[in-house]
Design a protein around this ligand. Structure first.
Ligand code: 1GP
Length: 243
């Protein structure tokens, strides 16, 4: 399988050519192992350009195994999207090295990162510093509970923009606007538009995106990567249907 040495550069190139990217998010705890072959068969013809692996809390110790199985058949970069350092796997190609900048909990601003650094230094993972901004979405999400942080007000565009701008100035290479897995309301398109327009770094948008039109609207608003988790998890034919 391909050796993904330059995941971030590929994302930047895609942005430069207005080529939109799509990540399928797999939560290792929610994998139905008996259906893994089917899951893989559905990912291969899908429009996915990346596979993200992670969750707010992951209990299984089968992350390595999952990635090895995926890599046997899927020729896409596999990127960790971890809720904490226990979800690091050397089998992946890269990691979103997240800072939860919408919140003020030091564990998610620096503590987890300090714990992760000595582990990551021993891997070949491509490390992509990513500002993670949780946006209020109508209900309390798992990220909010686990991180014990408040999301940004979905109507406060100025504060979200200032947070995203600070994230870029701090050297983050991506901004992830997150409504939360299974969110009732996705990130507002006006917010995506404002942040994308004012930043140079690529913007990822995820949480509560369940329809084809919604994906297109978010791309049209300037998002570079859309993340689909729950919709595909609930219906392995999701991409078949929307195509
Ligand atoms: C969650 O943004 C991702 O971290 C994906 O959300 O599960 O709602 O697609 P969904």
């Amino acid at each position: 399988m391909q050796n993904n040495q330059n995941i971030y550069q590929e994302i930047v190139n895609a942005k430069a050519h207005n080529r939109k990217l799509l990540a399928i998010l797999l939560d290792p705890d929610k994998i139905v192992w008996e259906q893994l072959e089917l899951l893989i068969e559905r990912i291969i013809p899908s429009p996915a350009t990346h596979v993200f692996i992670g969750g707010s809390l992951v209990r299984t110790n089968r992350i390595d195994e999952l990635i090895i199985r995926l890599k046997e058949k899927i020729n896409l970069p596999i990127i960790l999207f971890p809720g904490n350092p226990s979800q690091i796997s050397k089998e992946a190609d890269g990691i979103l090295f997240l800072s939860l900048l919408s919140g003020r909990n030091p564990d998610f601003l620096i503590e987890h990162q300090v714990k992760a650094a000595p582990i990551l230094i021993q891997t070949k993972l491509e490390i992509i510093p990513t500002a993670y901004l949780l946006i209020e979405s109508g209900t309390i999400t798992a990220v909010e509970k686990v991180s014990r942080t408040k999301p940004l007000d979905r109507n406060n565009l100025d504060l979200t923009l200032a947070t995203a701008q600070a994230a870029e100035m701090m050297g983050n290479k991506l901004v992830y606007l997150e409504a939360g897995s299974g969110a009732k309301n996705a990130v507002p398109t006006e917010m995506v538009q404002l942040v994308s327009k004012n930043l140079n770094i690529p913007v990822i948008v995820g949480g509560g995106i369940i329809a084809f039109e919604q994906i297109n609207k978010i791309y049209d608003s300037g998002a570079d990567i859309v993340v689909i988790g729950t919709a595909f998890e609930k219906d392995l034919n999701f991409f078949k249907t929307i195509l």
